[in-house]
Design a protein around this ligand. Sequence first.
Ligand code: PLP
Length: 398
Amino acid sequence: MSQRNIHTQSVAGQAVQELFCRALHHVTATHKDLLQKGGTAVAGLSAQGRPGDPVTPAIVPSSVYFLPGDPAGPYQYARWTNPTWSALEEALSILEDAEAVIFPSGMAAEAAILCSLPKPGDRILLPSDAYYTTRVLADTYLVPAGIRVLTCPSANYDSQDFAGLRMVWIESPSNPGLDICDIRKAVAKARQAGAIVVVDNTTPTPLGQRPLDLGADVVVSSDTKTINGHSDVVFGHVASRQAGLIAGARDWRKLCGAIPGPFESWLVHRGLETLEVRFERMCGNAEALAPRLAEHRKVQQVKFPGLPSHPAHAVAKSQMLRFAMILGVTLSDKNSAEQFINGCKFIRPTTSFGGVHTSAERRARWGDKVPEGFVRLSVGCEPLEQLWKEMKAALDSL
Ligand code: PLP
């Protein structure tokens, strides 16, 4: 699609690619820095960069650190800090252009914000059509604590009254319906109301959408998905440019003990290194497949922010660098959808998304308010024509 070139050439796109390169080379930067200082400087938090040091972060499983006398230094106890976390947080912070705090899952990252910021008597707004566990978390813990939880479809945030809100939660594109919320407009209204804006940026990743640049206060992400990308870790992070919010997220992690494992942190660090190349392939595949699927006679509808037929395509174009990798494909009924998913040899029938392998599921099986034949298709990194050949064959045989 034509947008593809426009986006990759855009100034914002180039700036993000610059950030990605810096995140990829954060250890190189430490090394060069130390060389310039004659190798005498103390190594950075991740203790790398001197000649002979490994170029990958060490997996440090130690629960305690040498700590004689009065407590001092960055590492005192492993529920508080860990060198493998530091390496990943450094890379994520560069990419987010904001300080990042890692968590053992996307939900742990969400809980660090959702359960710590609103106080009894506060009112918060959640999207009624976004990742459902966020609403379950709020209903289970916030409502009994005296916090009023309002909901509204992502596509209707523009007309929703924000007066009296303490927090506005956005997920755009929403999951699984792929509706779009105009983040700039929501931020402007939230500012007037004095509300904090949190954006779940899991689907587009920092390479596809920059909510903090659009004015949001906090980003949360399930790194289980595209950031790690290999379907072998459950993980998450929070990012913000506001020191107070970041300190709060760190305190929450330290006090609740919802801490990531060093090995998982290392895996996500490794996954992050190929994010740009995976994301580029996935988004390109999704952009190419969307119109082909939409034209197939067995497909009733394709929802994808990158298609001009999407009701909020213009908004998506104005706030996304890439349209990400998820397509909402509606087939005639449950059976056709199941046959498509199970009949295509390059589709893994799994929940979740953002992995290198194309995967899909019928979201109605979880009770999402979508048609029985609605398939959430997460387009992977397979070569396009091979993937299309198999998808087309599966559709033709319905
Ligand atoms: N946010 C979104 C948009 C998700 O899709 C998910 C999981 O599917 C989460 C958050 C929660 O992430 P995790 O499963 O890593 O806890």
